[in-house]
Write a new protein. Structure first.
Length: 168
């Protein structure tokens, strides 16, 4: 069995369907979220046969950030590592959110809109309780560790997880 290794700066290509692929980059390991990988997903969609210049790819606009385990996606053949570029941008500004209103108790109703949010930056030891998401906190990204199939759903533009509360 070949051991899979990943490092900050690794760039991955994901074939979404017969006509589209997208790229993401491993930008950090977040010790405050299970030491999970943090990826930056690029907005631009490419043709599956396009051998894109990776410098051009990483200079593109970010669609979203997410926590995941990139090694699992490699092992599942959901994406492939295509290179490494050490420039990952300013990760100090990446803001995540989470709520304890996710999921529901047995017999309880699902909470669709949460007013009980907390936010944090990568490797921030202090999760800040903010209640309602207002101002710049509305620009935060879901901070759950997303499984590889969920990452694919997000890359396709779908909501994942589908039962995660909204803020408005």
């Amino acid at each position: 069995m070949v051991r899979v290794s990943t490092k900050i700066g690794d760039i991955f290509s994901v074939k979404l369907d017969e006509n589209r692929k997208k790229y993401f980059q491993l930008i950090a390991f977040d010790l405050t979220q299970l030491n999970s990988d943090v990826i930056g997903v690029f907005n631009k969609v490419y043709s599956p046969n396009d051998n894109s210049d990776l410098l051009e790819v990483v200079s593109g606009e970010i669609d979203f950030y997410a926590h995941c385990v990139t090694k699992f996606g490699l092992k599942m053949n959901l994406w492939e590592k295509v290179g490494n570029i050490s420039e990952v941008g300013d990760i100090s500004k990446v803001l995540f959110r989470d709520t304890n209103d996710y999921g529901n108790k047995v017999g309880g109703e699902r909470i669709n809109i949460s007013h009980n949010w907390h936010v944090w930056h990568i490797n921030d030891e202090n999760f800040t309780s903010v209640g309602r998401l207002d101002g710049e906190n509305r620009l935060s990204y879901i901070g759950l560790v997303i499984n590889p199939l969920g990452v694919i759903e997000l890359l396709k533009g779908n909501k994942y997880p589908p039962n995660y509360p909204d803020y408005q």
